[in-house]
Design a protein. Structure first.
Ligand code: ADP
Ligand code: MG
Length: 474
């Protein structure tokens, strides 16, 4: 791929990111790759069918517009699913050269790690589980302040025996992109399956959906359900992607059946249960009824630990590879975003030092990882935080804000809080209504319009709102 095309692509991604916002971008577009540009058409790829159909249904025009803003001649986008070879577990992965230096993601420099270890366990495959990455184990998971509880709970679950009392069910882990959810869930699966009389099944929500839909089509839904119910631990990754009424109903049944039978369920998602907008209330409350743990952003110490563990792993296959301590310190300070970028950085240094037979230096590291260093992301603001800060500001209680009281001293703060929820989060009007004591979306809309109108006239209120925003964004 030419550098020009790569540059265009990274600018288009920038446009998409700012057009849809960070949350949506990372959910749907982070794994989209450029395959090529031919005259007026652009060829893009994503790793799963599900992503492709979702992007086509919801974002096709947006993607085209972003391209046209860079290259006006483009009039067509082809979106395909990357071949199974490329998104399977790394142990089976064939080299994908064009991919090597792109994104700094997990697939960087595949030719340098084709030696990865054991294949995916056979019983896991037979049940239709999603591919497992042999490197994602407890041994390689670095524990730090932000993930101590999640790791401890996951370990406990992995070490349980058939028939043991289940302590927290489901175990629900949530965190932003690249903070170690998949790593922890796969670690549970590897560790659990090391025990021969226990079956642990790891499924992405997409796989759950496709497994179920495919089973329905071939009339084997019963067999699929039976297989699911025959396992001891069900691990579901990226639950935020679960879509569709019938899949959800099925998910709900499966969840209830497993939990009632004393089987363990472990779930990861990018948000807490209350924020899974597409799920109905019963499922949400069932999900919230076990142990819900958040993994926070990776602190500098943890980032340093992850970098060291990555270097150690690389040295198993490339004994001469070495990253001096000052370079590790620099990377841990500079790459604040997530674990994927840390992994990408080490892969690049490895590729660079191998290909050019040069030792890793600080200058080289600065050059190689420049594009992984992103400006500080805006903080993700939660509706609860808005309610708390607004309540404090106006000297009312949070339950006043959620109540049906209509006295002036709560009506205005409530409207301000709804307005802030709409402008500072990506939540929809109905969702906001629900989180404000089950109000209708038209009530929320009314509040938003009201405050918008007032802010443009009333300087005092406008200052108040600015102050609240600043407090929330700090
Ligand atoms: P998520 O599923 O939350 O998006 P991943 O589990 O895929 O994130 O993690 C992204 C990368 O960061 C992976 O390479 C993973 O191994 C690494 N990583 C994240 N947290 C840790 C940790 N605590 N210890 C070791 N590696 C980690
Ligand atoms: Mg993940």
């Amino acid at each position: 791929m030419s550098n020009v095309a790569e540059d265009q692509w990274s600018r288009v991604k920038g446009r998409l990111r700012s057009s849809v916002g960070e949350d949506i971008y990372s959910s749907w577009f982070a794994r989209m790759d450029l395959e090529g540009i031919q005259q007026q058409s652009v060829h893009l790829s994503v790793p799963t069918k599900f992503l492709r159909s979702w992007i086509q249904a919801h974002y096709a025009d947006r993607v085209l517009t972003c391209w046209q803003a860079e290259v006006p001649e483009i009039d067509r986008i082809d979106l395909t699913v990357r071949s199974a070879m490329r998104c399977a577990a790394p142990a089976k992965e064939a080299a994908a050269p064009a991919e090597a230096r792109r994104n700094g993601d997990q697939r960087a420099a595949p030719e340098l790690r084709a030696t990865a270890s054991a294949p995916v366990s056979a019983s896991h495959d037979a049940l239709g589980g999603s591919p497992l990455d042999p490197r994602l184990t407890f041994a390689s998971f670095v524990v730090g302040r932000s993930n101590t509880l999640a790791q401890a709970a996951a370990r406990q679950v992995a070490e349980g025996r058939r028939g043991d009392n289940v302590m927290f069910n489901p175990l629900y882990i949530h965190a932003g992109v690249g903070l170690g959810k998949t790593h922890l869930l796969q670690a549970v699966t590897w560790a659990g399956n090391a025990n021969p009389d226990r079956k642990v099944l790891y499924l992405t929500a997409e796989k759950f959906m496709y497994g179920f839909v495919a089973a329905l089509k071939t009339q084997t839904a019963l067999a699929f359900k039976e297989a699911l119910r025959g396992i001891d631990v069900l691990v579901i990754d990226d639950l935020q992607f679960l879509q569709g009424k019938s899949t959800q109903a099925e998910f709900c049944h499966t969840l209830n059946a497993l939990i009632d039978a004393g089987r363990q369920v472990v779930i990861a998602a990018d948000r807490p249960p209350a924020d899974l907008e597409s799920l109905d209330d019963r499922v949400r409350s069932r999900l919230a009824g076990g142990l819900v743990v958040e993994m926070g952003s990776l602190g500098e110490e943890l980032r340093l630990g992850i970098l060291k563990s990555r270097v150690a792993a690389a040295r198993n296959h490339h004994a001469s590879f070495d990253v001096p301590a000052p370079v590790l310190d620099y990377l841990a300070k500079a790459i604040t975003h997530n674990g994927r970028d840390l992994e990408g950085a080490i892969n690049r240094l490895l590729a660079h030092s191998k290909l050019n037979a040069q030792p890793v230096t600080l200058e080289m590291a600065e050059r190689e990882v420049r594009d992984l260093i992103r400006p500080q992301e805006p903080k993700r603001i939660k509706i609860e935080d808005i309610q708390r800060v607004v309540a404090r500001q106006y000297n009312v209680s949070r339950s006043d804000l959620l109540s049906s009281r209509r006295t002036a001293n709560v009506v205005r703060p409530r409207q301000v809080a709804m307005y802030l929820a709409k402008t500072l989060t990506l939540r929809s009007l109905p969702e906001i209504g629900r989180r404000f004591g089950g109000r209708d979306h038209t009530t929320v809309l009314h509040a938003v319009r009201k405050i918008e109108a007032l802010v443009s006239k009333d300087v005092a209120l406008s200052d108040e709102v600015e102050l609240l925003k600043r407090q929330l964004q700090e």
